[in-house]
Design a protein around this ligand. Structure first.
Ligand SMILES: [Zn+2]
Length: 303
């Protein structure tokens, strides 16, 4: 089965099964009212594409703007404009990141299983990045396109698959950022600019998709750098970030089962069959059982 058909299947399934049965059951009355008001306002000005006409999408924008309808609408419209200007749908559909393997070698990162709630777990070993190598294998512009295509894949495939696996609505990610060895000296101006650009994209156009971020192995060098980076981040995002030193494991294990945590971070997973945990994109979104289950369900719905 192709990636596209799995995605369609899951999207269809998520629309019917998850959005309606699981998520609809737990809508908060007040939230529901705000979502309706925002929805009607967008519909009245003909600014709500079908693709985004979804309770949880609108709710993310409302939450990010403290349920201020005018501000949430402005943010939503900025997102639509950005998608148009940057041709995000085309990036999601057609962008080919041929340097993927080379990038992974000098910049270890990737999705790896789920947290205890069922959200996708994302791990990045930014302290191990070989920056000069990274700039040789790709460019900032292409890296940003790759980041956008991954964000789109998370929305259209990873969250629906995780929702199906956990049998509850999932629309945010738990992340671990290993900053071992990272400080002002080895985080160049170009790297800082890239970080800030990505931060901007994530918080402006994919609001509230971060559930919790654990920054681990933070030493004094990183803490100095963190003071600079913090200035570019939204207060709401900062609240979801915990900066931990080398004694991070017990805190992280509260959120993640050891079997979902790679051995190099203190968990038990090695993904030995595929050459390492960050190479595999392991999770419900690549699990044959979940895909089979979604197929059976969608067949039942057709009957
Ligand atoms: Zn693994």
């Amino acid at each position: 089965m192709s990636f596209r058909s799995i995605e369609q299947l899951l999207r269809r399934n998520s629309k019917i099964k998850i959005s309606q049965s699981i998520a609809n059951g737990i809508h908060d009355q007040k939230e529901e009212q705000s979502v309706q008001t925002l929805r009607e306002s967008l519909l009245a000005s003909n600014q709500l594409p079908e693709k985004f006409d979804d309770h949880h999408v609108l709710l993310r924008f409302l939450r990010m703007r403290g349920f201020n309808i005018i501000k949430a609408k402005e943010m939503f419209l900025n997102m639509l404009k950005w998608r148009e200007d940057c041709a995000v749908d085309t990036i999601a559909k057609d962008f080919k990141f041929e340097e993927f393997d080379a990038l992974k070698r000098c910049y270890p990162h990737g999705f790896h299983g789920v947290d205890r709630f069922g959200r996708p777990l994302y791990i990045e070993r930014i302290g191990s990045v070989d920056l000069s190598k990274l700039m040789q294998v790709t460019s900032i512009d292409r890296y940003i396109k790759y980041h956008i295509s991954e964000q789109e894949k998370t929305l259209s495939l990873r969250y629906p698959a995780c929702s199906l696996a956990a049998k509850k609505h999932i629309s945010s990610t738990t992340a671990i950022l290993d900053v071992k060895g990272l400080g002002m000296n080895n985080f160049s101006k170009a790297a800082r600019e890239m970080f800030i650009e990505i931060q901007k994209i994530d918080s402006n156009y994919y609001p509230e998709t971060l559930h919790q971020l654990y920054i681990i192995n933070a030493g004094s060098g990183f803490r100095a750098l963190w003071k600079v980076l913090k200035a570019f981040m939204e207060a709401r995002t900062l609240k979801k970030i915990q900066v931990l030193g080398t004694n991070y494991l017990s805190t992280v294990l509260e959120a993640v089962e050891p079997s979902n945590l790679p051995e190099f971070l203190g968990g038990t997973c090695t993904c030995s069959a595929t050459g390492g945990c960050l190479l595999q994109d392991k999770g419900p979104w690549t699990d044959a059982g979940i895909i089979r289950a979604s197929k059976v369900r969608s067949l039942q719905q057709d009957m």
